[in-house]
Design a protein around this ligand. Structure first.
Ligand SMILES: Cc1ncc(COP(=O)(O)O)c(C=O)c1O
Length: 524
């Protein structure tokens, strides 16, 4: 094989020189390689011997960690082998099989596949028609009017958040995030060398932002305020006035907002509130809103998220943010193309009844869990107004044997095989979070077990004789009430009778105390 290449200057000895005249009259010098002698391998200054390999992960990899993983790995989570595990920790609404996506979702994806047009690479920010569909969806709010070009499609809302944080902040900068809050904000930021400053949410005020605290955290390196509404883990929904207060802080300090609105429209009927997109309330504060199909359409695995850019005064444009998002989206070349092909139908044709039914199921669970847990001494649930979660406060003095929420959660797993995420996962002490997307019977069972746990483990032991309110099977009730009866007949003291009851999920221990006990005779 002959190789030709152009060389400037004097050629080395292993090449022959020739010249040809081109059609344009110019003379080209051609250098032809005669032979190439293979040189013996040089000893490399970076690798002194075969044993001196040192392959290290990057600083970014080392500084990226998911606090939930870290916390759970250090916890001792050994379920009671006699009880089937009930996990109230998983934020994936599909795992229990009780909530299904709308039919139109599977129709749309079948059509997308059958079209044969969605197998190639899409533009990194998404197909124009898919971006248009998201813009149309967002513009259902009369105060919003974005174009397809203001939409960036991403691989899930996590990726949307990643791009938003990456495009606004540099290493050494900081962003404000809620406490308690979704831990991914810190995971993403810290990996990039960006600090997170946590502003407090106030449980006694339905988790509204402590505005003074939020503003006090801002410094010259603050590049964005992350607002999550409706909230994970709190299930709170901010009303318009409160959102305006947050926007005022952003405006006073000239700081853009990253609005995590993945739970858009997830507002319970009983909350008497409505979902208000932050961007609909301001023309002065630039906002990047993150959303997606994940939660509302119950398809988290499909990984379709979006960023919508709200920039009435072209501040993002002037600073290169729009362009920066486009560049960053080229790192992973956008979201799944089959889902992009389906998105228009999903957003336009999902029946209203689907949204209503899903919300009604979750709201019913929220009410059930709240009513049950609020009557348990030592627990202080905060009634959610939307999303899929409820935070439950732990009155630590009621549990003197435990030092923190981690220990309470560990013991709840050990005793009752009920697993909730400790508040520490969301950067708040003395709370645990439960998910509300579980089947009703499972939630009832979980509440039963939590109640038993608290009775056994708290310093404050109430009576429990009204078992009809436990929603137990008839068998359970009859065996239990006979035990109650006998305990009433024979005991003047308040000795505990442990009656083992087998319900659908697992055996549950109930502590039945005679009515003569003086404290809190009725549960719930
Ligand atoms: C508040 C919040 N933001 C973002 C996400 C990430 O969503 P996705 O699964 O689409 O990446 C979640 C997921 O649980 C979430 O709760």
């Amino acid at each position: 094989m002959r190789m030709f290449f152009l060389i400037l200057g004097k050629p080395p000895s292993f090449v022959e020189r020739d010249s040809i005249k081109g059609e344009n009259g110019l003379v080209y010098t051609i250098i032809q390689v005669k032979s190439i002698k293979m040189l013996p391998p040089k000893s490399n200054k970076f690798c002194k011997s075969n044993n001196s390999w040192k392959v290290e992960s990057s600083v970014m990899a080392k500084t990226t960690f998911n606090p939930i993983r870290n916390i759970l790995e250090t916890m001792e989570l050994k379920p009671n082998p006699e009880k089937q595990m009930i996990s109230l920790s998983i934020g994936d609404p599909t795992v229990f099989g009780n909530l299904e996506p709308p039919k139109v979702v599977s129709e749309a994806i079948h059509e997308s596949i059958a079209s044969g047009k969605r197998n190639g690479y899409a533009p990194s920010t998404g197909y124009p028609e898919a971006r248009e569909a998201v813009a149309k969806h967002i513009n259902k709010n009369p105060n919003l009017s974005i174009k397809g070009e203001d939409v960036v499609l991403c691989s899930g809302c996590s990726c949307s958040l990643d791009l938003c944080i990456s495009v606004l902040a540099n290493p050494g900068d900081n962003i404000l995030v809620p406490r308690p809050g979704f831990p991914l904000y810190a995971t993403l930021a810290k990996g990039l060398g960006i600090d997170t400053f946590e502003y407090n949410l106030i449980p006694e005020k339905s988790w509204m932002v402590d505005l003074e605290h939020m503003e006090s955290l801002i410094n010259e390196n603050t590049k964005a305020i992350v607002v999550n509404n409706p909230s994970n883990p709190c299930g709170s929904v901010f009303d318009e006035d409160h959102l305006r207060e947050i926007i005022s802080i952003a405006e006073r300090n000239c700081i853009p907002i990253i609005a995590d609105e993945i739970y858009e429209h997830f507002v319970f009927e009983g909350a008497n509130k409505r979902y208000v997109p932050m961007a609909s309330l301001t023309k002065t504060v630039p906002i990047l809103s993150c959303g997606g199909l994940t939660k509302r359409y119950l398809i988290p695995g499909w990984r379709l998220g979006w960023i919508t850019i709200h920039d009435a005064n072209n501040l993002f444009k002037a600073g290169g943010v729009q362009h920066g998002l486009q560049s960053l989206s080229q790192r992973i070349i956008g979201s799944n193309t089959l889902v992009q092909g389906a998105i228009s139908k999903i957003l336009l044709e999902t029946p209203e009844s689907f949204y209503k039914d899903t919300l009604a199921t979750i709201e019913a669970n929220a009410k059930l869990a709240f009513e049950r847990l609020k009557r348990i001494p030592g627990l202080k649930p905060v009634m959610p107004e939307g999303a899929m979660y409820m935070m439950v406060g732990i009155d630590m003095p009621s549990f003197p044997e435990f030092q923190n929420d981690l220990q309470v959660v560990e013991a709840l797993v050990r005793d009752q095989s009920v697993f909730c995420l400790p508040g520490k996962c969301f950067n708040i002490a003395n709370f645990f979070r439960i998910v509300l997307t579980v089947p009703k019977e499972m939630l009832i069972e979980a509440c039963d077990r939590i109640e038993v746990f608290c009775h056994l483990r708290s310093s404050f032991v109430p009576l429990s004789t009204n078992l009809t309110n436990y929603n137990l099977s008839d068998d359970c009730l009859s065996s239990c009430s006979s035990a109650t009866q006998s305990s009433e007949d024979e005991s003047e003291d308040d000795e505990v009778i442990d009656q083992r009851i087998f319900t659908k999920y697992a055996p549950v221990s109930f502590i039945i105390r005679p009515r003569t006990n003086s404290i809190n005779t009725k549960i719930p």
